[in-house]
Design a protein around this ligand. Structure first.
Ligand SMILES: [Zn+2]
Length: 133
């Protein structure tokens, strides 16, 4: 998608460093209480597993839990949004409404694990009337 950035590469690099012991799990599973709360209450369940839980399951040789603990939360940032900037959006419809009401802002989607607190930027998308295709 135009104006969108995927953070898969960066995320994979972090997970690799954790599996190699270069970064501690504590450093990547440090979700802020606000983010955890948002993930629990308004997060969209992800169809993927948390990479850190998966790593731990593999190390412990236990079967990976099929139900994903990973949630996606989208935050919007932009001057156009005024006080709405920096807050999470609850639904896709709300995001679409913001996009039709504002000229330009960025939607950052963060993935957050409810079990271990892993959190990482998932993608960012430029939205608003100025970026309509
Ligand atoms: Zn996890």
């Amino acid at each position: 998608m135009q104006g969108s950035t995927d953070y898969q590469m960066a995320k994979r690099a972090v997970v690799r460093q954790v599996s190699q012991g270069a970064i501690s799990v504590r450093d990547v599973c440090d979700a802020h209480p606000e983010l955890l709360r948002a993930a629990r209450n308004i997060g969209t369940p992800s169809d993927r597993q948390c990479p850190i839980c998966e790593l731990a399951d593999r190390r412990a040789r236990v079967a990976t839990d099929r139900s994903s603990s990973l949630r996606l939360v989208t935050y919007v940032f932009g001057r156009d949004l005024r006080r709405r900037s920096g807050t999470p959006v609850w639904t896709r419809e709300e995001l679409d409404d913001l996009a039709s009401d504002h000229d330009s802002f960025t939607a950052y989607t963060v993935e957050c694990c409810l079990v271990c607190g892993w959190n990482h930027l998932h993608e960012s998308v430029l939205m608003g009337q100025a970026h309509k295709p």
